[in-house]
Design a protein around this ligand. Sequence first.
Ligand code: ZN
Length: 69
Amino acid sequence: MSDTLDPTRCPLCGQSNRCTQADPERQGESCWCFEARVDPAALERISPEQRNRTCLCPRCAANLPPEND
Ligand SMILES: [Zn+2]
């Protein structure tokens, strides 16, 4: 397993997590994750070190299936 984590990507689905906190130019702005309720089941699917370093995307945080483009 690689230990390189991209803080802008969701650790579950690999899509952009759209977290403003992961973008240095947007730090301090409010993020969807401040208001969204993250499903505990979704958090259980990622490792503790990922929890502290990367954000889930909105869909995974709500425990919904990833978007298909
Ligand atoms: Zn995701």
